[in-house]
Structures are given as C-alpha cells and as structure tokens.
Ligand binder design. Sequence first.
Ligand SMILES: Nc1ncnc2[nH]cnc12
Ligand SMILES: [Zn+2]
Length: 331
Amino acid sequence: MHDFLKRLPKAELHLHIEGSLEPELMFTLAERNGIELPYASVEEARAAYDFTDLQSFLDVYFQGMSVLRTAEDFHDLAMDYFRRASGEGVVHVEMHFDPQAHLARGVGLSVVMEGLDLARRHAERELGLSSALIMAFLRDRPAEEAMSVLEMAAPYWEMLDAVGLDSAEHGNPPARFREVYERARRLGIPRVAHAGEEGPADYIREALDLLDVCRIDHGVRCLEDPALVSRLRDEGIVLTVCPLSNVRLKVVERLADHPLPRLLDAGLKLTLNSDDPAYFGGGMLANFEACHHAFGWDEAVFRRLAANAIEAAFISDERRVALRRQLAACH
Ligand SMILES: Nc1ncnc2[nH]cnc12
Ligand SMILES: [Zn+2]
C-alpha cells in the first residue's frame, strides 16, 4: 500500500506554506537573518511542537515564521516544501499564506509575493509541480484590516487563485468577514474558508451563506448538524480534511476516533491534506498512510479522494485533464 499511496498523484488543497517550515530551515534562515530563536537546537524545536489546541499551535507557528524576512526566504521555504512534496507523489499544491502576519513584522506583501511566485515557477520547471495561491485573512484580526490587505493586494489580484480565512476560530465567526468576501466575489476571486475545525457547525453554514465559499477547510464538525451534512452532500461542497492536524491539535484524541469514515459514509466530497506538515508530523503521504492504518481503506477509497482533489483544484482545464489521465494510469 505504501508504494501505491506514494505513486498516487496527489493534489494538496489545504497547506499553509508558513506551516511547512521545518526546524532545519528555520535555523538556517535565523542564522542568515541574524534572528534569535527560543530553541537551542532542531530537536528542542521539535520537542516544543506539543499542542493542546489550535491557539497553542498558532503561538508557535507565528513565532516560527519570524525568520522569514526576504523574498529569497519565501522562495527557499516554498521550494523546500515543493521538493519534499514532489518526492511523495504530490503533483499540485494550493498554498495558503498569511500576509497580515508578515506585514505586522514589517515584511511587505511584495516581498512575500515575489518569493512565492519565483518558487512556483521554479517548481513548475524543475519538478513539473503545479501550484495555486490562496491569500488568507486572519480571522482574529479586525475585518477592516482584512479589507485593507485585499485592497493592498490589487497589483496581485490576478495571481490569487482564492482568498481564505484562517487562525483562531473560537469567537471569530465567518459573518464578520462578509463585506471582505463580497468584495473578493465582485473582483472575481474564488473563496474558501476554514470552518468547523474547532468552531461549531454553524460557522460552516455561515461560510456557505454569507461568504459564498466553494470549499470548506476542515469542516469536520458538520456532523453535529445532520441538515448541514445533507446540504454539503447535495451541493457537492468539498471539505479539505487534515487528519494528522486534527490529532495534533486535539480536535480528536486518536485518528481511530476521527469522523472521516462517517463523513465518507455520509456521501461527502472529501480530500486529504497536511495543513502544517512541519508541525503536525508529516506531509501528504504520511496523512494518506495514517488513514490506511487507522481505517483500513483500500486503494479504491484513496483513488476517489485523490480524484476529488483533482476535480476541486484551482487549475486550468488542460492541467485537470492531464492529472485525470495520470490518476487513471496509476496502478
Ligand atoms: N489548522 C489551522 N487552523 C487555522 N488557522 C491556521 N493557520 C495555520 N494552520 C491553521
Ligand atoms: Zn488550515
């Protein structure tokens, strides 16, 4: 099964590029930029990745990204991930990035965009890996700030495949971002949002009704609302589920308790993703393998999940046809 899961052409729809920063690169960039880290070694950093909930992770995640200062840093960050992902059979990556977290440290949007754009081209050329860019708003910051970031991004609107909503979910309902998402809609930018990770099923409903999203990131708590589950199924809304993330952030205690099998039985369109692979114990292949061990899924299930991701990806018709062919040829 390991070889099959590795060969399977996997499209990753839910990845925070800042969450792909491995401790080794964190130390390299800290040295390059003369930044002091709160860890004495790579091992000490890894040992600190012991989270009790989403907020305890976010504190470490925002601290880690402090080493990212230049366009070269963002390029190196993304290329480091793209190489690793490509080695695991990932053929397409949709990366969220958090401009507000960088702006707050005095790192401009142009720095982030230049570095990530360069890495995307480099990966396309060197690895044959396609990618998409999702500009995320921090939901625990004011909606006015998100709106000003969206306006600031005007020179880059054409480069954005979607906008997203992430960070601390509790007490930060999607409704607060209605106007920002309406602005993105009028600009013709597709929309996704994290909802129902730690927050209630109602947030998923709000994201659909008020933010007009085409995908829900996480969404695992939808099971608490059977009417919502029916709606997600009938409307074919894709959930980008992140199994190892949910375990590490204590959304579930053990993977064996994860609602994935029930979500699948409910007929929902699911995809498997890594979220923040450097912090949660592995990338796409580790997530696929963990699901095989926890749920005993066969090749047909993984093939269906991989197909869902290809169908829901922000890619050209031509690229989608090529990836469908790659999947059909994979045995
Ligand atoms: N799992 C997650 N949930 C919300 N915000 C995030 N930012 C990075 N990872 C996240
Ligand atoms: Zn996420």
